[in-house]
Structures are given as C-alpha cells and as structure tokens.
Design a protein around this ligand. Structure first.
Ligand code: Z5A
Length: 208
C-alpha cells in the first residue's frame, strides 16, 4: 500500500480537529493528495452508525452494543474509504481510530482487551496507522473547551470526569507500550505551538 495513514487521538476538546485541519492545509499546500476523515463515521453508511452510537437516547445502550457499533462503523470506513485512499497513494488523516476504542470502551467502560482484540482483527484486516498523534493535556480544561464550543453533549460526552481520566490514562499506557507508532504530543499552549510540535513528527514520516 503506497499511501500513509495518520490518526489523531486524545480526549474530547484536546484540539484534534483543529490540528488535523492545520496539518491538512499544510500538506495540501505542499502538493499532497490528502483525505480527511473521522471515526465513528467517515462514509455515509458509517455516519448513520455514528448517529446511532452517539445520539441514541431512546433506550439504554449496553456497553457491548456500543463496542460492536464502533467496529461495525470501522469495518465500513476501513474497506470503503481508508484502504482505497491508501491504495491510490493518498495521505489519510483520521480523527480517531482503534486506539479510541481501547481508551473509551476499554479504559472508560472497562471492557477487557481480550474481547476487543478479535474485533480489531475482523474489522481492520491488519491495517494500522503508520503514525498516531496522541494529543495529551489535562482532562478538565479540554472538556470545558469542548462544551464551550458546542453547548451540548452527546451520549459519551455526558460521562463523568473520572471516566475521561481513565480514557486519558489508557491512551498514555498504549503510547508507552507502542512508542514507535503512537507519539505523545503536548497539547497545551497555542494552536501554533502545538502545530509546530506535530510538524517535527510528520517530516520524517513523509520523507521531508
Ligand atoms: N469514540 C469511542 O468511544 N470509541 C471509538 O472507537 C471512537 C470514538 C472512534 C466522537 O466524538 C466520540 O466517539 C468521542 C469518543 C467516541 N466522544 N467523546 N467524548 P466527536 O467526534 O464528536 O468529538 P471528539 O472526537 O471527542 O473531539 P472534539 O469534541 O471535536 O474535540 P477536538 O477535536 O479534540 O478539539 P477541537 O474541536 O479541535 O478543539 C476544541 C475547542 O478548543 C475549539 O473551540 C478550538 O477552537 C479550541 N482549541 C483547539 N486548540 C486550542 C488551543 N491550542 N488553544 C486554545 N483553544 C484551542
């Protein structure tokens, strides 16, 4: 596969979408073929699954259903959008991918890795990002920023501070276990300062 798959991770409001947009602008102006996408979602069918998993409030959603909807959406997204884009040589910038599942459904909800691992294999068929940028910052201010922006919360955003602390801890543990792929970036400071930290990581990956 000739393209490059890069994912952005971190807790709600830490600045993923902002940094992804800044990186996209930079790469497009450098002449790269760039595809920007997100999870859950990214294709029309996967976006319908996103609406189900994030916005359903009509009846309780068991943790197992939440987990499997994340992977159903991921299978669609991976096969219909990410893999074809990589095969044609594009750089795919994705706002969240499987590390989010280990962090939220694993760390946050408490689902064991041994139950998540087989779904990863089924949905991704071996595809993993070349680089995952984990934006890391204290949880409280990040959540405040996200809430100030939208004014309303979806089902997962309504979780407690303790839930998001567990999510952050799990992300950091994954980065410590996979330091080659997952790079932790200090997400505090100005947008420009964070973007500069990301640039230094991206250059070697793209060979410039
Ligand atoms: N989820 C899951 O549970 N399992 C999974 O497998 C997957 C996902 C894939 C998707 O939510 C939800 O799905 C998410 C995890 C779950 N739920 N939660 N919580 P989403 O896509 O709606 O939102 P998000 O991914 O959590 O991110 P976000 O709210 O869009 O936040 P962000 O992208 O990290 O931040 P931002 O939009 O770039 O910035 C937030 C605000 O801060 C905004 O006003 C910016 O202008 C501002 N900002 C950004 N950077 C700075 C700096 N440096 N200084 C000052 N202000 C800044």
């Amino acid at each position: 596969m000739s393209g490059c798959f890069i994912t952005f991770e971190g807790v709600e409001g830490v600045g993923k979408s902002t940094q992804l947009g800044l990186l996209e602008d930079r790469l497009v102006s450098d002449g790269f073929d760039v595809v920007v996408t997100r999870e859950p979602g990214g294709t029309p069918l996967a976006e319908q699954m996103r609406a189900l998993v994030l916005h359903n409030r009509s009846e309780p959603m068991p943790d197992a259903a939440e987990l499997m909807l994340m992977f159903a959406a991921r299978a669609v997204h991976t096969e219909n959008l990410i893999r074809p884009a990589l095969e044609r040589g594009a750089i795919v910038l994705c706002d969240r991918y499987t590390d989010a599942t280990y962090a939220y459904q694993g760390g946050g909800r408490g689902i064991a890795d041994r139950l998540i691992d087989p779904l990863v294999e089924l949905a991704q068929r071996g595809l993993w990002p070349a680089l995952t940028i984990l934006l890391d910052a204290p949880v409280g201010p990040s959540l405040e920023r996200a809430k100030a922006r939208t004014g309303k919360t979806d089902r997962i955003e309504s979780e407690t501070l303790a839930f998001f602390e567990r999510v952050r801890d799990r992300y950091r543990a994954r980065a410590a276990a996979e330091p080659g792929r997952i790079q932790v970036v200090d997400a505090t400071g100005s947008r420009e300062a964070v973007a500069a930290r990301i640039q230094t990581l991206i250059r070697p990956i793209l060979g410039r």
